[in-house]
Design a protein around this ligand. Sequence first.
Ligand SMILES: *Cc1c(COP(=O)(O)O)cnc(C)c1O
Length: 344
Amino acid sequence: MPSPPVDLRSDTVTRPGPEMRRAMAAAEVGDDVLGEDPTVQRLEAEVAERLGHEAALFVPSGTMGNLLALLSWCRPGDEVVVGEGAHSYTSESGGGAALAGVQFTVAGRGGFFSPAELAARITTEEPHGHTAPTGLVMVENTHNRGGGKVMSPADFAALSEVCSARDLPLHIDGARLWNAAMASGLDPSAWSTLADSVTVCLSKGLGAPAGSVLCGDAAFIKHAHRRRKMLGGGMRQAGILAAAGLYALANHLPDLALDHARAARLAQAVSLLPGIEIDLATVQTNIVIFTVTDRSPAEYCAAVAPQVRVLPFGPRQVRAVLHRDVDDAQVDRAIGAFTRLAEV
Ligand SMILES: *Cc1c(COP(=O)(O)O)cnc(C)c1O
């Protein structure tokens, strides 16, 4: 029997292990729509505290967390400044436009932007009503399409200053803020306390089966809470899911360092192969994006699929994501598959 392919499509493919499942089975639960689930309340309090925010809201997905931020900060017709390739813009089904009525505008190149690039994208109302005024600035950290790269707290602080000076709210799409923190040797609060709201995912590298947490001040979370219900995101005995998140926060954070080391090893190995170009400087966390030069990304992914599953991720790019269900031996197998393909 050949081994199943190494699955590097995303860090969302992780499955809860026996201990996480035991924590889920043992969770104390109640009806969270009625405000009676103690485990959800514990998770919300813990994430709010870790991120240095007043309040938090457990949501089914990162997509819903980001959408709630758009719905809560913006009015229909507002414009939202994002980096190039922002998940909220490219990968959340157009929900910002369809459900929050906002339009996105891109600042900078490659996912991040400077204070000057941000300032150039800020729009204010003008007397005749032509413009779509900026309602929110959103920073994705780490940046998925940017190869998992990290925006430093200093660079983020400079953006935060521009937002404060212009009285604009600042949201972090922190699906992988845990990875940014691990790579920098800092707490996630190094960024989150400089923002008005932040979404973090429990179902990516942390390995929970579902769930994200949106944080902000109490008034913001009250607003988002009503809109979560409106979107159908009110969950009843959700403590079973929240318990997985609490378990992951207590036990899985240090393992992100292993994912980062494996991503660096994989990136280094593929950088030596003919037919592949990679900017090793972008490989700072658990994501490896490389350019294939002698076949299309779809052909490349299909060719390696029996040994390793990766995704086409742009006109010439392929993405591999390291996660807790991939060990060193599997990384070796993936490198072997990429190497054999480069030799044919
Ligand atoms: C995964 C992800 C999200 C949220 O995705 P869901 O699948 O809805 O939980 C948001 N932003 C980024 C950058 C992501 O990678």
